[in-house]
Ligand binder design. Sequence first.
Ligand code: ASP
Length: 452
Amino acid sequence: LRAEEASAAGRWAIAIHGGAGDPSKWNEAEQAARCAGLKAALEIGKQRLASGNSSLDAVEAVIRALEDDPLFNAGRGSVRTSADRAELDASIMDGKTLSCGAVAGVATIKNPISLARLVMTETKHVLLVADGAEQFATEQNVPRVDPAYFFSRRAGDGEREDREDGEDRDAAPSNPRYLGTVGCVALDVHGNLAAGTSTGGTDKKLPGRVGDSPIVGAGTYAANDTCAVSGTGIGEEYIRHAIAYHIAAQMRYAGRTLEQAVDQAMRQTLQPNVGGLIAVSSSGQLVLQHNTNGMSCGAADSSGRFEVHLQLADRVLSTSGYDSQTTIERDRHVVLDLLEKQVAAWNEGNIDRFMEPYWKSDELTFSSGGQITRGYSATSERYKTRYPNREAMGRLSLSDFEFLWLAPGAMQVLGVWKLEREEPVEGRFTLVLRKFPDGWKIVHDHTSARAN
Ligand code: ASP
């Protein structure tokens, strides 16, 4: 029931980009086609999130659609290196667990974002490149394409139109016409953030050049305690300034809002005309900003917002997000869910899983019966000695919860515990939880029998 309640109360938000290109470079029909591509992709993300799917699923599905659209510089529409071939980069990150996966310099993968996700879920690594990534793709059976697949911009076109233009051929790699990387950031109804980015890189890049898009912290970043970010622009600049992480770090350590953090990065950290970025905070605020003349982008959320742009008024779009009450409600559900799973683990006799929500640190404290145990392993050992078998463990239940927000990212939960067994026991508990980049954890646990 709680999970249902959480998703009913849950709000979602999503932003996409299709590169920091200058719309004046496209004629009307090209502009309309780009907007249609953005809308179609945003619609996919909206559907997924509104029906309760995870932000990771939404991000992957949206980016796959943009990779398949030849108008964007990712997947099918990728630009070429100076050696005249496509080398694609992509990454994806899960804000809940900080898991991430990326591929770089792949040349036959239809949807690099999905391969990046497989690197995340099927290997213990974060980034696979070139031949190794191709070999992994073979093992994973992901759809492959002939390199010629990347050479047609529009369905039916044999050659890429813009390539026949001599002026563009000599253009600098930073020519905004070629900035068509795609990205997506999302917050789902479960309160989880995710980000992903996919690109063909910069036009006429040197063979082997890797940009920011597959570099976690540069072109992509997501952590549930702050925000999810995807960038587009001159990748070298984004790597130099660790832009995506820089946004999250400003929120985490300097207490800035998402809007302030993005604005700082776009106006002060980066030089003018370098690129743009899209971001969503854990409270559902969307911020999209570019310091180029344009950025193909879109935003939608559960309040009914749904819009796409090739250029933002004043180069920024910022939504209000959900009030702190909504975030608190959601955190309450997340913590209740965590405690419920803990109780289930206990009742299955699984102490290791019961210990999962505790802070895995020497600084974890546990107090009971006038004694303090310090550290995750010591606490875990103590439980195992004290409750050697199912009979000793009995059947645990928690009730009478009271929540108190101590500070942003810090919570106290009071309640009653009961152990049904031969000699039943019950008492009160006090938990102190902190919200870490990968979620809420119990940092202190006090239990007492009712008598004391
Ligand atoms: N950031 C990408 C790269 O440097 C290019 C782009 O966003 O257009 O690889």
